[in-house]
Unconditional design. Structure first.
Lengths: 196, 202
């Protein structure tokens, strides 16, 4: 083989490897960016459950105000108490019983897919009643809704339920106690369903 | 046999270089200093796809890293300030006056300060002021002092009890507007927002 052909093959080989490296880097770049939301959800859910000393999904935890020393979530809201649950609807639907507090403060329930998308939200002003139930089901479920039930389909089997109770003044202990009492009224409960 | 060894070595080098390139480029595009939004209004930026399923992969990743479980824009609009009104990065050793006149066209607002995306530890346990907790001036305007030094009223402390160091760009202000009215949401690039003015630095 002449030196010229050998040189050409070396250049060709270098270009092929370069193309392969750049293409692989582009694919890996996209995969990392795509996976970050799920990774962060998993990491934060793990940190919160570890603090609660449990691994339990489908259970609503009522939280106090956030403080610098207890703050787990990035850029969390200093002006709210919240109730949080991590759900898994792969086996059973989940009933979410919501009670809107009797205050003028903002209240809402938000549902987040495992990739952090906020796929459902209801607040105190657009809730049809002060007490209502949501039935959270997996995507493509055959769940038959009962009268009065609002069925919400989750894009992912696992996700996050976040109920926000805005506090008008976080220094007002009476207000905090009232909101804490309101938080006790909401709950989540897996339900048995023959068709799921 | 030697050719297989050379091929395997080249393959491993290519994968290692690709991993470096991928993680480096992800690190670059998701830098915390780039966190905010595409829509600018003075020192504030926002992104109306935040929290929504219409958010692009990069915005979703940024939200997961720096603003996990944000609500969609119909419910709350998040305005982030990384700089003061002159464009200088916010730093925890400086005093800033955040001034607002009246309330934005929405249901409720709050202003929170973060250092490296978390609350700044302080004895008073004060991390924010809101429409219902801020002390108003006689003309219904308000001023919040973001400062490591004690202030007479509406003080958001940025002094770090743990003795952390200050660095340009370590502070962020987040202005949340809950249940924005449609006209406000449609004009987030031009609506009237508070101003962030630097007074002095330590």
């Amino acid at each position: 083989m002449s030196e010229k052909i050998k040189q050409r093959n070396r250049v060709k080989g270098f270009l092929l490897w370069t193309f392969f490296t750049v293409a692989l880097a582009a694919v890996l770049h996209f995969v990392i960016v795509w996976q970050i939301p799920s990774y962060m959800t998993k990491k934060t859910v793990g940190a919160i459950l570890a603090r609660k000393k449990t691994t339990e999904f489908n259970r609503l935890f009522n939280n106090d105000l956030s403080y610098a020393k207890t703050d787990v979530v990035v850029m969390s809201n200093a002006d709210m108490r919240n109730s949080i649950a991590f759900y898994d609807v792969s086996e059973k639907p989940l009933k979410i019983h919501c009670v809107v507090p009797k205050t003028d403060n903002y209240w809402s329930i938000s549902l987040y897919a495992w990739n952090t998308d906020n796929f459902f939200i209801r607040n105190d002003q657009n809730a049809k009643a002060r007490e209502f139930d949501l039935i959270l089901v997996k995507s493509g479920s055959n769940y038959q809704a009962q009268t009065g039930e609002e069925v919400v389909e989750s894009p992912t089997n696992r996700g996050v339920i976040l109920i926000r109770y805005i506090v008008a003044n976080r220094a007002d202990k009476e207000e905090l106690a009232r909101i804490a009492a309101e938080q006790e009224k909401s709950f989540v409960q897996p339900i048995d369903s023959e068709q799921y | 046999m030697r050719r297989i060894g050379v091929f395997a070595l080249k393959f491993l080098i290519a994968v290692a270089v690709a991993l470096l390139l991928a993680s480096g480029s992800v690190w670059y595009v998701l830098q915390p200093t780039n966190y905010g939004g595409k829509i600018r209004n003075g020192e504030w930026t926002t992104d109306l796809t935040t929290g929504g399923s219409n958010a692009g992969h990069y915005q979703r990743a940024k939200i997961a890293l720096y603003g996990l479980w944000a609500m969609s824009a119909d419910e709350t609009i998040y305005f982030i300030a990384n700089t003061d009104s002159s464009g200088e990065p916010l730093a925890s050793n400086c005093t800033y006056i955040v001034s607002g006149s009246g309330n934005p066209d929405g249901r409720w607002w709050s202003l929170t300060v973060y250092k490296n995306f978390h609350f700044v530890p302080n004895e008073q346990k004060v991390y924010s002021y809101s429409q219902t907790s801020v002390e108003l001036e006689p003309d219904n305007s308000w001023q919040v002092a973001v400062s490591p030094e004690k202030q007479a009223k509406n003080w958001l402390p940025t002094g770090d009890e743990s003795g952390g160091t200050a660095a340009a760009g370590d502070l962020k202000l987040l202005f949340r507007v809950y249940n924005p009215n449609p006209a406000f949401a449609a004009n987030v690039g031009s609506v009237k927002l508070p101003t962030v003015t630097k007074e002095n630095c330590r």
